[in-house]
Ligand binder design. Sequence first.
Ligand SMILES: N[C@@H](CCC(=O)N[C@@H](CS)C(=O)NCC(=O)O)C(=O)O
Length: 214
Amino acid sequence: MASLPRKLELFYDVLSPYSWLGFEVLCRYQHIWNIDLHLCPSLIGGIMKNSGNKPPALLPQKGKYMFVDLQHLRKFYQVPIQVPKDFFSVILEKGSLTAMRFLTAVKQENPEMLERVSRELWMRVWSRAAEKAGLSKEQAKSLLEKCSTDKVKSSLRETTEAACNYGAFGLPITVVHVDNKSHMLFGSDRMELLAHLLGEQWQGPVPSPVKGKL
Ligand SMILES: N[C@@H](CCC(=O)N[C@@H](CS)C(=O)NCC(=O)O)C(=O)O
């Protein structure tokens, strides 16, 4: 008998380009590995505050390194990341509260759309070559209205707190539940270790069934 899929939680924020990489890789592997992927929109600002961390790009050398790193990773992961020119105003000053509340509302009201709408938001911030995610105007309007409800606000707060309770100090984090234990992994570059914990095979960021579809 086939064993039950292992629960995997991905905590992410669309402000975080590395979260986008982790998101795309796990969305690909959810069709290959025996896993049940739970997408958990959370707030990177809340996680930074809770852990006393700061966005890495605030340190100029790290910022420069990330810029080059993301250009390599764009090709290696086949994810169309482009760092916005107005990076500091878009990313660091504006924040992501509205976007992440919007995704929380999507998760509550139209969970089947969460993967596509999350991708669309990343495309807007990090690629600007957005295509429509497939929500109707009415759906989008109603979701935007829901963003200011207590139900959405408290759900995003709870998800962010859950990430902090797992020990998050940044994003993405993946929490893998195996053999009645939970393991928290930080970063999109921990997939090989994740495969090891799951007893699955890591085929790189673009596994073959996906390659065939590109
Ligand atoms: N090595 C990780 C880096 C991930 C990363 O830098 N995440 C940022 C947000 S985009 C963060 O939260 N960093 C916190 C830290 O580095 O302390 C990866 O490749 O995914």
